[in-house]
Design a protein. Structure first.
Length: 71
């Protein structure tokens, strides 16, 4: 899990092929399904921009994915 400077918490789950975002103020979770089978270990949050960018590495496909939420 990684917190950004806006107070939201990002999590990856190596078995679910999704990236999750928690707003601890409201308790609301947003899940972002990813386009292919993935095995994540870490997330890197770039919160210098708005919206934040979240980078994750996919061990099974030797690729890096970038998520930019639209909300």
């Amino acid at each position: 899990m990684v917190a950004d400077r806006h107070g939201e918490v990002w999590e990856v789950n190596e078995a679910s092929d999704r990236l999750g975002r928690l707003d601890p103020k409201t308790g609301e979770w947003v899940n972002y399904p990813l386009p292919r089978y993935s095995n994540f270990r870490r997330a890197f949050v770039d919160d210098r921009t708005s919206p934040v960018k979240v980078w994750v590495g996919n061990n099974h496909a030797a690729m890096v994915m970038k998520l930019e939420p639209l909300d």
